[in-house]
Design a protein around this ligand. Structure first.
Ligand SMILES: C=CC1=C(C)c2cc3[nH]c(cc4nc(cc5[nH]c(cc1n2)c(C)c5CCC(=O)O)C(CCC(=O)O)=C4C)c(C)c3C=C
Ligand SMILES: [Fe+2]
Length: 403
Protein backbone atom coordinates (compact mmCIF):
# COMPACT_ATOMS: atom_id res chain seq x y z
CA UNK A 1 0.00 0.00 0.00
CA UNK A 2 1.30 3.46 -0.84
CA UNK A 3 0.33 6.31 1.45
CA UNK A 4 -0.91 9.09 -0.79
CA UNK A 5 -0.98 12.07 1.51
CA UNK A 6 -0.25 13.38 4.99
CA UNK A 7 -3.89 13.17 6.06
CA UNK A 8 -4.14 9.55 5.06
CA UNK A 9 -0.87 8.69 6.84
CA UNK A 10 -2.03 10.47 10.00
CA UNK A 11 -5.21 8.46 9.88
CA UNK A 12 -3.29 5.21 9.67
CA UNK A 13 -1.08 6.12 12.62
CA UNK A 14 -3.99 7.19 14.83
CA UNK A 15 -5.80 3.97 14.08
CA UNK A 16 -2.69 1.99 14.97
CA UNK A 17 -1.88 3.59 18.32
CA UNK A 18 1.64 4.52 19.32
CA UNK A 19 4.17 3.68 16.59
CA UNK A 20 7.80 2.77 17.21
CA UNK A 21 10.65 2.38 14.72
CA UNK A 22 13.46 0.04 15.68
CA UNK A 23 16.66 0.75 13.75
CA UNK A 24 18.93 -2.29 13.73
CA UNK A 25 22.67 -2.17 13.26
CA UNK A 26 25.74 -4.14 14.16
CA UNK A 27 27.22 -1.86 16.83
CA UNK A 28 30.86 -1.06 17.42
CA UNK A 29 33.20 -0.51 20.37
CA UNK A 30 32.92 3.02 21.78
CA UNK A 31 36.45 2.89 23.21
CA UNK A 32 39.53 0.68 22.98
CA UNK A 33 38.68 -1.32 26.16
CA UNK A 34 35.38 -2.33 24.53
CA UNK A 35 37.07 -4.02 21.56
CA UNK A 36 37.67 -7.41 23.27
CA UNK A 37 34.13 -7.83 24.68
CA UNK A 38 32.63 -6.54 21.41
CA UNK A 39 34.57 -9.14 19.41
CA UNK A 40 33.56 -11.84 21.88
CA UNK A 41 29.88 -10.96 21.35
CA UNK A 42 30.35 -10.95 17.58
CA UNK A 43 32.12 -14.31 17.38
CA UNK A 44 29.62 -15.86 19.83
CA UNK A 45 26.94 -15.45 17.18
CA UNK A 46 26.31 -18.68 15.26
CA UNK A 47 25.31 -16.56 12.24
CA UNK A 48 28.89 -15.20 12.14
CA UNK A 49 30.84 -18.35 12.91
CA UNK A 50 28.94 -21.41 11.86
CA UNK A 51 29.80 -24.42 13.96
CA UNK A 52 28.08 -27.78 14.07
CA UNK A 53 28.05 -27.78 17.89
CA UNK A 54 26.75 -24.98 20.05
CA UNK A 55 28.89 -25.96 23.03
CA UNK A 56 32.01 -25.00 21.03
CA UNK A 57 30.71 -21.51 20.24
CA UNK A 58 31.59 -19.63 23.44
CA UNK A 59 35.09 -21.09 24.04
CA UNK A 60 35.96 -20.51 20.40
CA UNK A 61 34.53 -16.97 20.49
CA UNK A 62 36.65 -16.21 23.54
CA UNK A 63 39.72 -17.68 21.86
CA UNK A 64 39.34 -15.83 18.56
CA UNK A 65 38.39 -12.56 20.25
CA UNK A 66 41.47 -12.79 22.50
CA UNK A 67 43.71 -13.44 19.50
CA UNK A 68 42.23 -10.62 17.43
CA UNK A 69 41.83 -7.90 20.04
CA UNK A 70 45.20 -6.13 19.83
CA UNK A 71 45.23 -5.93 15.99
CA UNK A 72 41.65 -4.72 16.00
CA UNK A 73 42.42 -2.16 18.74
CA UNK A 74 45.29 -0.90 16.59
CA UNK A 75 42.82 -0.26 13.76
CA UNK A 76 40.31 1.46 16.04
CA UNK A 77 43.16 3.61 17.43
CA UNK A 78 43.82 4.85 13.88
CA UNK A 79 40.26 6.11 13.59
CA UNK A 80 40.25 7.97 16.90
CA UNK A 81 40.00 5.16 19.49
CA UNK A 82 36.49 3.84 18.86
CA UNK A 83 33.69 3.29 16.38
CA UNK A 84 31.57 6.27 15.29
CA UNK A 85 28.67 3.91 14.56
CA UNK A 86 26.64 4.64 17.68
CA UNK A 87 26.79 8.40 17.35
CA UNK A 88 26.00 8.33 13.60
CA UNK A 89 23.09 5.92 14.16
CA UNK A 90 21.73 8.26 16.86
CA UNK A 91 21.94 11.19 14.43
CA UNK A 92 20.14 9.11 11.79
CA UNK A 93 17.41 8.26 14.31
CA UNK A 94 16.98 11.91 15.25
CA UNK A 95 16.85 12.99 11.59
CA UNK A 96 14.30 10.27 10.82
CA UNK A 97 12.07 11.35 13.70
CA UNK A 98 12.20 14.96 12.49
CA UNK A 99 11.50 13.95 8.89
CA UNK A 100 8.51 11.86 9.95
CA UNK A 101 7.28 14.77 12.03
CA UNK A 102 7.42 17.18 9.11
CA UNK A 103 5.38 14.63 7.17
CA UNK A 104 2.77 14.74 9.93
CA UNK A 105 3.71 11.46 11.66
CA UNK A 106 4.80 10.83 15.17
CA UNK A 107 6.94 7.82 15.95
CA UNK A 108 9.34 6.87 18.74
CA UNK A 109 12.72 5.82 17.37
CA UNK A 110 14.78 3.07 19.04
CA UNK A 111 18.27 1.81 18.24
CA UNK A 112 19.05 -1.88 18.62
CA UNK A 113 22.66 -2.93 18.06
CA UNK A 114 23.50 -6.59 17.69
CA UNK A 115 26.90 -6.79 19.44
CA UNK A 116 27.35 -3.57 21.44
CA UNK A 117 25.46 -0.82 23.23
CA UNK A 118 22.66 0.08 22.94
CA UNK A 119 21.87 -3.63 22.61
CA UNK A 120 18.72 -4.82 20.84
CA UNK A 121 17.54 -6.31 24.15
CA UNK A 122 17.76 -2.83 25.77
CA UNK A 123 15.71 -1.32 22.95
CA UNK A 124 13.06 -4.03 23.29
CA UNK A 125 12.78 -3.38 27.04
CA UNK A 126 12.15 0.33 26.33
CA UNK A 127 9.65 -0.52 23.59
CA UNK A 128 7.59 -2.66 25.95
CA UNK A 129 7.79 -0.05 28.73
CA UNK A 130 6.66 2.74 26.40
CA UNK A 131 3.58 0.82 25.35
CA UNK A 132 4.26 0.80 21.62
CA UNK A 133 1.35 -0.67 19.69
CA UNK A 134 2.95 -1.02 16.26
CA UNK A 135 6.64 -1.50 15.64
CA UNK A 136 8.45 -1.03 12.32
CA UNK A 137 11.69 -2.98 12.32
CA UNK A 138 14.17 -1.41 9.94
CA UNK A 139 17.69 -2.84 9.59
CA UNK A 140 20.25 -0.21 8.57
CA UNK A 141 21.65 -2.63 6.00
CA UNK A 142 20.28 -2.02 2.48
CA UNK A 143 20.87 -5.65 1.48
CA UNK A 144 19.91 -8.75 3.45
CA UNK A 145 22.55 -11.15 4.77
CA UNK A 146 22.20 -14.03 7.20
CA UNK A 147 25.11 -12.46 9.10
CA UNK A 148 23.55 -9.01 9.54
CA UNK A 149 19.78 -8.45 9.30
CA UNK A 150 19.22 -12.22 9.49
CA UNK A 151 21.10 -12.44 12.77
CA UNK A 152 19.13 -9.54 14.27
CA UNK A 153 15.83 -11.10 13.14
CA UNK A 154 16.81 -14.37 14.78
CA UNK A 155 17.48 -12.57 18.04
CA UNK A 156 14.15 -10.72 17.83
CA UNK A 157 12.38 -13.98 17.09
CA UNK A 158 13.78 -15.42 20.33
CA UNK A 159 12.84 -12.32 22.33
CA UNK A 160 9.31 -12.47 20.91
CA UNK A 161 8.92 -16.13 21.83
CA UNK A 162 9.82 -15.41 25.46
CA UNK A 163 7.71 -12.30 25.98
CA UNK A 164 3.87 -12.42 25.82
CA UNK A 165 3.71 -8.60 25.89
CA UNK A 166 5.67 -8.44 22.65
CA UNK A 167 3.38 -11.01 21.09
CA UNK A 168 0.49 -8.56 21.46
CA UNK A 169 2.31 -5.84 19.56
CA UNK A 170 1.89 -5.60 15.78
CA UNK A 171 5.13 -5.38 13.85
CA UNK A 172 6.45 -5.11 10.32
CA UNK A 173 10.01 -6.16 9.59
CA UNK A 174 11.66 -4.84 6.44
CA UNK A 175 14.12 -7.47 5.21
CA UNK A 176 16.03 -5.34 2.70
CA UNK A 177 15.45 -2.10 0.84
CA UNK A 178 18.23 -1.55 -1.71
CA UNK A 179 15.63 -0.82 -4.42
CA UNK A 180 14.18 2.17 -2.54
CA UNK A 181 14.35 5.05 -5.05
CA UNK A 182 15.45 7.80 -2.62
CA UNK A 183 18.23 5.53 -1.37
CA UNK A 184 19.42 5.00 -4.96
CA UNK A 185 19.24 8.72 -5.67
CA UNK A 186 21.21 9.51 -2.50
CA UNK A 187 23.95 7.06 -3.54
CA UNK A 188 24.01 8.48 -7.07
CA UNK A 189 24.19 12.01 -5.66
CA UNK A 190 27.21 11.20 -3.48
CA UNK A 191 29.00 9.52 -6.40
CA UNK A 192 28.24 12.45 -8.71
CA UNK A 193 29.60 14.92 -6.16
CA UNK A 194 32.86 12.97 -6.05
CA UNK A 195 33.11 12.65 -9.84
CA UNK A 196 32.42 16.33 -10.35
CA UNK A 197 35.53 17.24 -8.37
CA UNK A 198 37.72 15.49 -10.97
CA UNK A 199 39.37 17.07 -13.98
CA UNK A 200 38.16 14.26 -16.26
CA UNK A 201 35.15 12.75 -14.48
CA UNK A 202 34.29 10.29 -17.26
CA UNK A 203 37.68 8.63 -17.06
CA UNK A 204 37.35 7.63 -13.41
CA UNK A 205 36.70 3.98 -12.66
CA UNK A 206 33.80 3.58 -10.21
CA UNK A 207 34.72 0.79 -7.83
CA UNK A 208 31.96 -0.65 -5.61
CA UNK A 209 33.33 -2.29 -2.50
CA UNK A 210 30.82 -4.45 -0.64
CA UNK A 211 31.39 -6.18 2.67
CA UNK A 212 32.24 -9.82 1.98
CA UNK A 213 30.72 -12.95 3.49
CA UNK A 214 32.05 -16.51 3.29
CA UNK A 215 31.10 -18.09 -0.05
CA UNK A 216 29.41 -20.98 1.80
CA UNK A 217 26.77 -18.56 3.16
CA UNK A 218 25.56 -17.97 -0.38
CA UNK A 219 26.19 -21.39 -1.90
CA UNK A 220 25.24 -23.64 1.01
CA UNK A 221 23.01 -21.62 3.33
CA UNK A 222 21.10 -19.72 0.61
CA UNK A 223 22.07 -16.18 1.64
CA UNK A 224 20.62 -13.80 -1.02
CA UNK A 225 23.30 -11.23 -0.17
CA UNK A 226 25.46 -11.55 -3.30
CA UNK A 227 22.48 -11.34 -5.64
CA UNK A 228 21.13 -8.28 -3.79
CA UNK A 229 24.54 -6.58 -3.85
CA UNK A 230 24.93 -7.17 -7.59
CA UNK A 231 21.44 -5.88 -8.32
CA UNK A 232 21.99 -2.88 -6.06
CA UNK A 233 25.18 -1.97 -7.95
CA UNK A 234 23.35 -2.12 -11.27
CA UNK A 235 20.49 0.02 -9.95
CA UNK A 236 22.87 2.66 -8.60
CA UNK A 237 24.66 2.82 -11.97
CA UNK A 238 21.32 3.16 -13.77
CA UNK A 239 20.28 5.96 -11.43
CA UNK A 240 23.68 7.66 -11.80
CA UNK A 241 23.38 7.55 -15.58
CA UNK A 242 27.02 8.35 -16.32
CA UNK A 243 29.32 6.70 -18.88
CA UNK A 244 32.02 5.55 -16.42
CA UNK A 245 33.44 2.04 -16.27
CA UNK A 246 32.63 0.29 -13.03
CA UNK A 247 33.24 -2.94 -11.14
CA UNK A 248 32.36 -4.66 -7.87
CA UNK A 249 34.55 -6.43 -5.31
CA UNK A 250 34.24 -7.68 -1.71
CA UNK A 251 36.22 -6.44 1.29
CA UNK A 252 36.85 -7.27 4.97
CA UNK A 253 37.60 -10.97 4.70
CA UNK A 254 38.27 -12.69 8.03
CA UNK A 255 40.26 -15.97 8.03
CA UNK A 256 41.49 -17.99 5.05
CA UNK A 257 38.23 -19.74 4.02
CA UNK A 258 36.96 -18.61 0.65
CA UNK A 259 34.77 -15.48 0.77
CA UNK A 260 32.87 -13.88 -2.09
CA UNK A 261 35.23 -12.88 -4.88
CA UNK A 262 36.86 -10.86 -6.31
CA UNK A 263 38.54 -9.54 -3.17
CA UNK A 264 38.86 -5.78 -3.03
CA UNK A 265 42.67 -5.76 -2.60
CA UNK A 266 43.21 -8.08 -5.60
CA UNK A 267 40.76 -6.14 -7.73
CA UNK A 268 42.54 -2.84 -6.99
CA UNK A 269 45.88 -4.37 -8.01
CA UNK A 270 44.32 -5.68 -11.25
CA UNK A 271 42.89 -2.28 -12.09
CA UNK A 272 46.31 -0.74 -11.49
CA UNK A 273 47.84 -3.25 -13.92
CA UNK A 274 45.19 -2.36 -16.49
CA UNK A 275 46.29 1.28 -16.32
CA UNK A 276 43.44 2.77 -14.29
CA UNK A 277 44.75 5.81 -12.46
CA UNK A 278 41.60 7.38 -11.01
CA UNK A 279 39.51 5.25 -8.71
CA UNK A 280 36.29 6.35 -7.03
CA UNK A 281 35.54 3.81 -4.31
CA UNK A 282 31.90 3.37 -3.29
CA UNK A 283 31.18 1.43 -0.08
CA UNK A 284 27.78 -0.18 -0.59
CA UNK A 285 26.96 -2.51 2.30
CA UNK A 286 26.89 0.18 4.95
CA UNK A 287 25.07 3.44 5.44
CA UNK A 288 27.41 4.92 8.07
CA UNK A 289 31.10 5.64 8.35
CA UNK A 290 32.77 2.96 10.43
CA UNK A 291 36.03 1.09 10.74
CA UNK A 292 35.73 -0.56 7.34
CA UNK A 293 35.39 2.75 5.53
CA UNK A 294 37.65 4.91 7.70
CA UNK A 295 40.47 2.45 8.26
CA UNK A 296 40.23 -0.37 5.71
CA UNK A 297 39.33 1.68 2.62
CA UNK A 298 40.81 5.05 3.51
CA UNK A 299 44.12 3.72 4.84
CA UNK A 300 44.77 0.10 3.75
CA UNK A 301 43.22 0.10 0.27
CA UNK A 302 44.56 3.58 -0.47
CA UNK A 303 48.08 2.27 0.18
CA UNK A 304 47.48 -0.76 -2.05
CA UNK A 305 46.17 1.51 -4.81
CA UNK A 306 49.15 3.82 -4.51
CA UNK A 307 51.53 0.86 -4.88
CA UNK A 308 49.51 -0.37 -7.88
CA UNK A 309 50.01 2.98 -9.62
CA UNK A 310 46.56 4.37 -8.90
CA UNK A 311 47.52 7.82 -7.68
CA UNK A 312 44.10 9.40 -7.71
CA UNK A 313 42.17 7.43 -5.09
CA UNK A 314 38.91 8.88 -3.82
CA UNK A 315 36.27 7.43 -1.57
CA UNK A 316 32.59 8.35 -1.70
CA UNK A 317 31.40 9.19 1.84
CA UNK A 318 28.85 6.98 3.58
CA UNK A 319 25.24 8.17 3.53
CA UNK A 320 25.14 9.10 7.25
CA UNK A 321 22.37 11.74 7.41
CA UNK A 322 22.12 12.59 3.71
CA UNK A 323 18.61 14.15 3.38
CA UNK A 324 17.58 11.82 0.55
CA UNK A 325 18.66 8.83 2.58
CA UNK A 326 16.63 10.00 5.58
CA UNK A 327 13.71 10.48 3.19
CA UNK A 328 14.24 6.88 2.02
CA UNK A 329 14.01 5.66 5.64
CA UNK A 330 10.88 7.75 6.21
CA UNK A 331 9.28 6.30 3.05
CA UNK A 332 10.11 2.77 4.17
CA UNK A 333 8.49 3.38 7.56
CA UNK A 334 5.35 4.89 6.06
CA UNK A 335 4.99 2.24 3.36
CA UNK A 336 5.46 -0.57 5.85
CA UNK A 337 2.59 0.60 8.04
CA UNK A 338 0.19 -1.38 5.98
CA UNK A 339 -2.03 -4.21 7.13
CA UNK A 340 -0.07 -7.11 5.62
CA UNK A 341 2.90 -7.95 7.77
CA UNK A 342 5.63 -10.56 7.66
CA UNK A 343 6.92 -12.42 10.70
CA UNK A 344 10.67 -12.86 11.25
CA UNK A 345 10.25 -16.56 10.58
CA UNK A 346 8.54 -15.90 7.23
CA UNK A 347 11.27 -13.45 6.20
CA UNK A 348 14.10 -15.80 7.10
CA UNK A 349 12.38 -18.63 5.23
CA UNK A 350 11.69 -16.52 2.16
CA UNK A 351 15.15 -15.06 2.08
CA UNK A 352 17.02 -18.30 2.49
CA UNK A 353 14.55 -20.71 0.88
CA UNK A 354 15.58 -23.29 3.45
CA UNK A 355 14.24 -24.65 6.73
CA UNK A 356 14.25 -22.54 9.84
CA UNK A 357 16.87 -22.33 12.59
CA UNK A 358 18.44 -24.37 14.06
CA UNK A 359 18.42 -27.24 11.50
CA UNK A 360 19.36 -25.19 8.46
CA UNK A 361 22.62 -23.98 9.93
CA UNK A 362 24.28 -27.23 8.99
CA UNK A 363 22.30 -30.19 7.83
CA UNK A 364 24.36 -32.61 9.88
CA UNK A 365 22.64 -34.90 12.31
CA UNK A 366 19.81 -36.01 10.03
CA UNK A 367 20.85 -39.66 10.16
CA UNK A 368 22.24 -41.78 12.95
CA UNK A 369 25.47 -42.43 11.10
CA UNK A 370 25.90 -38.71 10.52
CA UNK A 371 25.44 -38.19 14.27
CA UNK A 372 28.21 -40.67 14.95
CA UNK A 373 30.48 -38.83 12.54
CA UNK A 374 29.47 -35.53 14.07
CA UNK A 375 30.61 -36.80 17.46
CA UNK A 376 33.94 -37.92 16.08
CA UNK A 377 34.51 -34.65 14.27
CA UNK A 378 33.59 -32.74 17.40
CA UNK A 379 36.18 -34.61 19.40
CA UNK A 380 38.80 -33.95 16.73
CA UNK A 381 37.85 -30.27 16.68
CA UNK A 382 38.09 -30.02 20.42
CA UNK A 383 41.50 -31.70 20.50
CA UNK A 384 42.69 -29.37 17.72
CA UNK A 385 41.53 -26.40 19.75
CA UNK A 386 43.38 -27.53 22.87
CA UNK A 387 46.53 -28.17 20.79
CA UNK A 388 46.32 -24.72 19.29
CA UNK A 389 45.73 -23.05 22.65
CA UNK A 390 48.83 -24.71 24.07
CA UNK A 391 51.20 -24.41 21.09
CA UNK A 392 49.92 -21.30 19.37
CA UNK A 393 49.78 -23.22 16.05
CA UNK A 394 47.21 -25.63 14.81
CA UNK A 395 44.23 -26.80 12.85
CA UNK A 396 42.12 -23.67 13.24
CA UNK A 397 44.16 -22.12 10.46
CA UNK A 398 43.29 -25.02 8.21
CA UNK A 399 39.66 -24.92 9.25
CA UNK A 400 39.73 -21.34 8.11
CA UNK A 401 38.64 -19.46 11.16
CA UNK A 402 41.96 -17.79 11.90
CA UNK A 403 44.42 -15.98 9.67
C1 LIG B 1 33.83 -13.11 10.80
C2 LIG B 1 32.87 -12.88 10.00
C3 LIG B 1 32.18 -11.62 9.67
C4 LIG B 1 31.11 -11.54 8.79
C5 LIG B 1 30.46 -12.68 8.03
C6 LIG B 1 30.72 -10.17 8.74
C7 LIG B 1 29.69 -9.67 7.94
C8 LIG B 1 29.32 -8.33 7.85
N1 LIG B 1 29.70 -7.29 8.70
C9 LIG B 1 29.13 -6.11 8.27
C10 LIG B 1 29.26 -4.85 8.86
C11 LIG B 1 30.11 -4.55 9.96
N2 LIG B 1 31.09 -5.35 10.48
C12 LIG B 1 31.69 -4.71 11.55
C13 LIG B 1 32.73 -5.18 12.32
C14 LIG B 1 33.26 -6.47 12.23
N3 LIG B 1 32.81 -7.52 11.46
C15 LIG B 1 33.60 -8.63 11.67
C16 LIG B 1 33.45 -9.91 11.09
C17 LIG B 1 32.44 -10.28 10.16
N4 LIG B 1 31.53 -9.45 9.56
C18 LIG B 1 34.60 -8.25 12.65
C19 LIG B 1 35.66 -9.17 13.17
C20 LIG B 1 34.37 -6.92 12.99
C21 LIG B 1 35.16 -6.07 14.00
C22 LIG B 1 36.16 -5.20 13.36
C23 LIG B 1 37.40 -5.95 13.08
O1 LIG B 1 38.03 -6.47 14.00
O2 LIG B 1 37.74 -6.05 11.88
C24 LIG B 1 31.03 -3.43 11.74
C25 LIG B 1 31.30 -2.45 12.87
C26 LIG B 1 32.43 -1.52 12.53
C27 LIG B 1 32.74 -0.50 13.55
O3 LIG B 1 32.88 0.68 13.18
O4 LIG B 1 32.92 -0.82 14.73
C28 LIG B 1 30.06 -3.33 10.73
C29 LIG B 1 29.11 -2.18 10.51
C30 LIG B 1 28.34 -6.42 7.13
C31 LIG B 1 27.54 -5.39 6.35
C32 LIG B 1 28.47 -7.80 6.87
C33 LIG B 1 27.87 -8.65 5.83
C34 LIG B 1 27.20 -8.30 4.83
FE1 LIG C 1 31.56 -7.30 9.77
Amino acid sequence: MLVKNVKEARGIITAMGRVGVLLLNLGGPDKLEDVGPFLYNLFSDPEIIRLPFSWLQKPLAWFIATRRTSQSQENYRKIGGGSPLRSITEQQGKALKERLNTLGRDANIYIGMRYWHPFTEEAITKITEENIKHLVILPLYPQFSISTSGSSFRLLEKLWQKNPKLQQMAYNAIPSWYKQSCYLQAMADLISQELDQLLNPNEAHIFFSAHGVPKSYVEEAGDPYQQEIEECTELIMLTLNRPNNYSLAYQSRVGPVEWLQPYTDDAIKDLGKKGVNTLVVVPISFVSEHIETLEEIDIEYREIAEKAGIHNFRRVPALNTHPLFIQALANLVIESLEPSSLTFTQINQMKKKVKIYPPERWEWGITISAEVWNGRIAMLGFIALIVEMITGHGLLHIVGILQ
